[in-house]
Design a binder for this molecule. Sequence first.
Ligand code: PEP
Ligand code: MN
Length: 356
Amino acid sequence: MEDLRPIVSEGQIGRPIVIAGPCSAESEEQILTTARSLAEYGIKIFRAGIWKPRTKPGGFEGVGEVGLEWLMRVKKETGMLVCTEVANKSHVEAALKAGIDMLWIGARTSANPFAVQEIADSLAGTDIPVMVKNPVNPDLELWIGALQRIYNAGIHRLAAIHRGFTVYGKHLYRNMPQWHIPIELHRRLPGLQIICDPSHMGGKRELIAPLSQQALDMGFDGLIIESHCDPDCALSDKSQQITPDVLNFILNTLVVRENTQSTESLALLRQQIDQIDNDLIEILAKRMRISREIGQYKKEHRMQIVHTDRYDDILKSRRKLAEELGMSGNFMQTIVEAIHEESVRQQIEVLNNRTK
Ligand code: PEP
Ligand code: MN
């Protein structure tokens, strides 16, 4: 992909590129009210989904083609560029016919090469800019493959959107960021603009500002943020949408650094630390679950909780291992004591729980 070009130039839009608008177009009034406020705050690219991929059937699946007319009205009234998500050939054809400025491919679609190829084929012969979200699963090659399919159809104004990856179970993020993946993508395709979607990543309003700052610190080119005139009444993704006023406030707090070279590697290292701390906490939680099982066993067998010999062995062996790995034995002793204290507390809780 030798000839990648920006979806919009910095001169045209400034840095970072900001794309904002509701998760879904719901009514003409909602779209126009939101768009007018965003335009007043200087936003130049408006987003709204009109065909909504929903995890389960029965949810709000988008307004469909009529939304294209509303988007074109936004364009005419505010001068903003307008963009929407496409997932198949008929979406592409309808969007192109209506005159939409830019398209994006959603995370569920970019995970499916058949769907991406169908979109690519229907884009051939046009030069509309396209943004490709990361696939739901953390697979860089699949993401690059999707970009290649679109590129091979002749679309060279391309960008990638990091919106985080699906993880099973309960986590802080709706979709886990894995910054090293877009950073590696940037290394492999330096001409590709990279945009962060903190709304789908965090899934919560309060995570939008910190995730946006993190993305900028890592040298991302832009942000795509969901904004709705009345987020609490939104028909989709309401807990992650913010009003144009809040969006403007957040954008004003963000620090855009000139030279991202040095902060990029620092941020990368910090990201690794965060990841390791998360792993440590999850492992500790696992250890505590096992402690509770031991507590249950001791309860059933009427055994006492603390066995000094065993505790002594633990302390000595962990000190020794820590020293072998270049850490101080005293440091490890402090940690093991703290872990032991929490284990005992968990076991006492099991002991006192008469229902079990
Ligand atoms: C969206 O942008 O509204 C959307 C559906 O996002 P994703 O494909 O990232 O889930
Ligand atoms: Mn959404």
